[in-house]
Design a protein around this ligand. Structure first.
Ligand code: XMP
Ligand code: MG
Length: 202
């Protein structure tokens, strides 16, 4: 019933009554595009558990601030952070650099710095690292703010698109250079509430 409700929600404008066109229930339509399920909720949650085990092992005993990058990382940050078993802080910053299905390359202002970064171990929590432009901007700012150590946790990573040298410490999944939505990631603002990750059907 839950699945049917979800499909209806995403399809209702285009296919109000007839579900027979959509025999694969793991496809969703968002606005004008179709997407197919690529990473299931179960796979995502299992991988986050593995990343948390690594982070708990590597960073316990340090003064750690997790820094989630809004909007896209809000679910990943929540699911990762709830599995952290040592005392740690979490904070969020926001920037806008992306519209539609291809990176605009424009990096806008970083807002929301209200946590003291100086001399702390910072774990940047990103939904997806694509070209790396966003990440570089954030890391530059963390260096200016004198973080003692900077770690990067990215749920998704597109190695074919990455143009930077910054090492990624905790990667959920390496994925092809295709547009994806779900689990925090959006297509023009929609799809963030999908619990799986979906890839664009071309
Ligand atoms: P860069 O190129 O700066 O991009 O590494 C990082 C930011 O761009 C967004 N992004 C995506 N958003 N599906 C999305 O919904 C994608 O496939 C995608 N690729 C990049 C995202 O906001 C990320 O933080
Ligand atoms: Mg986006």
């Amino acid at each position: 019933m839950l699945i049917r409700t979800k499909i209806r929600y995403y399809f209702h404008i285009f296919a109000p009554a007839n579900f027979s066109n959509f025999s694969l229930m793991n496809e969703v339509r968002i606005l004008d595009k179709n997407f197919s399920e690529f990473l299931t909720e179960k796979e995502i949650q299992k991988r986050i558990e593995e990343l948390a085990v690594e982070i708990n092992r590597d960073l316990a005993g340090k003064e750690v601030v997790f820094l989630g990058i809004l909007n896209g990382a809000f679910l990943f940050a929540a699911d990762l952070f709830r599995r952290i078993d040592f005392p740690a802080r979490i904070s969020f910053i926001k920037l806008a650099s992306y519209q539609g299905t291809s990176s605009s390359g424009l990096i806008k202002e970083l807002i929301g710095w209200n946590e003291d970064i100086k001399n702390k171990t910072i774990v940047v929590v990103e939904d997806i690292v694509d070209t790396g432009n966003t990440l570089e901007r954030i890391v530059d700012e963390l260096v200016i703010r004198k973080a003692s150590d900077i770690k990067i946790a990215a749920m998704l990573y597109k190695p074919a698109a990455y143009t930077k040298k910054i090492p990624l410490d905790y990667i959920g999944f390496e994925i092809p250079n295709d547009f994806v939505v779900g689990y925090g990631l959006d297509y023009d603002g929609f799809g963030r509430n999908l619990t799986s990750v979906y890839t664009l059907i071309k």
